[in-house]
Design a protein around this ligand. Structure first.
Ligand code: XMP
Length: 422
């Protein structure tokens, strides 16, 4: 895996600190801290460490976790500065001292990253044509802007409106891409197509698969119209590479990322973010002048609102959840909580309960609010937001969104619950 990983990360940064992971779960935090000191770092799991040292020629090694299998002694014999961190995170002053000892010149800056990535993209593509799927999420947008800087109009982006987006989202994405960045954009209106495919489908996995497959179909049709495209941009992140390399875990949900199309489209991949963590993509996006609403946008799943409606998806239910989501976002923003919450969502539970309106019995849906705090989406805590804020949101939902009889707040952490309900 490492050889693949090495070529995939590119890594033209000469100054590298290798973070060797003994399986502590802290390697990512350590690698991020090194990068914050303007030195590029990569993580390698311990069985691959020696090979990586030979291939990557790092300036120094940091081991994280409890040493195994005599490796530590062999690493010490490599004569590279070695810092056995064990299970503690490095204090800034100590890290500083270690990087000094390694002789790092600390020039891993965003300007340098942008410049080198642009050069790499140009070298890879030459005069070829490139396409990308724009979803409006931070990763796909940042990747598209970077590739557009490198190649200009050789890039065409495709935005598929599957009708499962949030209120105003489609207009906003198109406007930013076209007028803000002048990225050539093909818009596909496929709302009816997706809705009819989803008709009567209740099973979450089936919904996800239908949306994923349909999305690929639409994208392929558009790619064929563009004609001679030979390259596809993907917003793959460093954590995606680390996770896929680990090759572990069972399927919990088949993720459909609108930016994440399968490589069997027969297009060569361009992955300009593959060496970055999510938090770093935010900094890069700011450096590339992406607007705040993209930089700080909460994660939004590829299958969109369809997986926030339990059971079958209808246009009426979509309308309820879309309106509710708009209210929630507005109130969170007004209260100054948008950036304090990692992700806020509303679920139409498909449960109906008895209520009363103007003295008359109603029988309408229960909405569930799910606000979480997380670093990477892998673990999440339910957000401890003020009761007043929850009260305002629930008051507005009950008053303004027709078809809702009750609002509840989800108190589950991940694991065992996942963030999305489906
Ligand atoms: P779960 O529900 O698995 O979600 O705890 C973790 C994070 O991933 C997002 N998510 C998706 N993102 N395509 C995506 O691009 C998907 O199919 C998908 N499913 C979940 C979810 O919103 C959360 O941020």
């Amino acid at each position: 895996m490492w050889a693949w990983f090495r070529s995939e990360t590119g890594g033209s940064f000469l100054e590298l600190i290798l973070v060797i992971d003994y399986g502590s779960g802290r390697a990512q935090s350590v690698a991020k801290k090194v990068r914050k000191q303007k030195v590029f770092s990569e993580i390698v799991s311990w069985p691959r460490a020696e090979q990586a040292v030979l291939e990557r020629k790092p300036l120094g090694l940091i081991t994280v976790g409890a040493p195994r299998g005599g490796l530590q002694d062999r690493l010490e014999a490599s004569n590279l500065p070695l810092w056995p961190l064990g299970s503690v995170l490095p204090a800034p002053a100590d890290l500083d001292e270690f990087l000094e000892k390694c002789g790092c010149s600390r020039d891993w800056t965003w300007d340098r990253f942008i410049e080198e990535t642009i050069e790499e993209i140009r070298a890879q593509v030459g005069s070829g044509r490139v396409i990308c799927g724009l979803s409006g999420g931070l990763d796909s947008f940042t990747a598209a802007v970077l590739v557009h800087r490198a190649l200009g109009d050789q890039l065409t982006s495709v935005f598929v409106d599957h009708g499962l987006l949030r209120h105003g989202e489609s207009e906003q994405i198109v406007k930013i891409a076209q007028s803000g960045f002048r990225i050539p954009l093909v818009q596909v209106q496929a709302q009816e197509r997706f809705l009819s495919k989803l008709k009567g489908i209740e099973d979450p996995e089936e919904k996800r698969k239908i949306i994923g497959t349909e999305f690929i179909r639409v994208f392929e049709e558009e790619a064929a119209k563009i004609g001679d495209a030979a390259y596809l941009v993907q917003g793959t992140l460093y954590s995606d590479l680390l996770e896929s390399g680990a090759g572990q875990g069972q399927l919990v949900k088949s993720h459909h990322n609108v930016g994440g199309l399968p490589p069997d489209l027969n297009l060569e991949l361009i992955e300009p973010l593959k060496s970055l963590f999510k938090s770093e993509v935010r900094s890069l996006a700011q450096k590339l002048n992406l607007p705040e609403e993209i930089v700080w946008r909460h994660p939004f799943p590829g299958p969109g609102l369809a997986i926030r409606i339990i059971g079958d998806v209808t246009s009426r239910k979509l309308e309820i959840v879309r309106r509710a989501d708009a209210v929630v976002r507005e109130e969170i923003q007004k209260a100054g909580y948008y950036r304090k919450i990692w992700q806020a969502l509303v679920v139409l539970t498909n449960i109906r309960t008895v209520g009363i309106e103007s003295g008359v019995r109603t029988y309408d849906y229960v909405l569930a609010l799910r606000f979480v705090n997380s670093e990477d989406g892998v673990h999440a805590e339910w957000s401890r937001v003020p009761h007043q804020l929850l009260g305002r949101i629930s008051g507005r939902l009950l008053n303004e969104v027709k078809g809702v009889s009750r609002v509840v707040y989800d108190l589950s952490s991940k694991p065992p619950a996942t963030i999305e309900w489906e």
